[in-house]
Design a protein around this ligand. Structure first.
Ligand code: RP5
Length: 163
């Protein structure tokens, strides 16, 4: 997207993208400019450091950080910037993402990460959470988010159907 990004979607690996794409899809649907980057706590620590150092100055308002396994990316990013960090635990093969969840959710006092559910639903909700935060200062976005929520509610049938 060409507009200055308001949201940064970062992930530890290319393999996280199918999950994190859910967040990107929501941001696109709601017309929120974002960027997406691979930033690994373990493999590219210098990239993590400079991304965190520059985030606020570049105008990022929310960072969505997804990682799997020993998922230190969201917490390390929260230690480096005051921009709110939403953490997405990516589902893993070995431990089903419980490892990712535990790595992200138990932050020490002082450096919060708003932790979502494991996997695709968590990534989509991260996009919606970012939208809700930005909508506090943007009435146009607030209206689009309200309409999105109303459409979801309207799509739920009253009764279950046979297959
Ligand atoms: C983490 O290790 C990444 O966030 C990813 O979820 C996991 C596995 O990475 P790859 O080995 O697939 O690159 O750092």
């Amino acid at each position: 997207m060409t507009d200055t990004p308001q949201v940064g979607i970062i992930m530890g690996s290319q393999s996280d993208w199918p999950t994190m794409k859910e967040a990107a899809t929501l941001l696109e649907e709601l017309g929120i400019p974002y960027e997406k980057k691979i930033v690994s706590a373990h493999r590219t620590p210098d990239r993590l450091w400079s991304y965190g150092k520059e985030a606020a100055g570049r105008g990022l308002q929310v960072i969505i950080a997804g990682a799997g396994g020993a998922a230190h990316l969201p917490g390390m990013m929260a230690s480096k910037t005051r921009v709110p960090v939403i953490g997405v635990p990516v589902q893993t093969r070995a431990l089903s993402g419980v490892d990712s969840l535990y790595s992200i959710v138990q932050m020490p006092k002082g450096f919060p990460v708003a932790t979502m559910a494991i996997g695709a639903a968590g990534a989509a909700n991260a996009g919606l959470m970012a939208a809700g935060i930005l909508a506090l200062q943007d009435s146009g976005l607030a209206a689009r988010l309200d309409a999105w929520r109303d459409a979801l509610s309207a799509s739920i049938p009253d009764e279950p159907q046979d297959d």
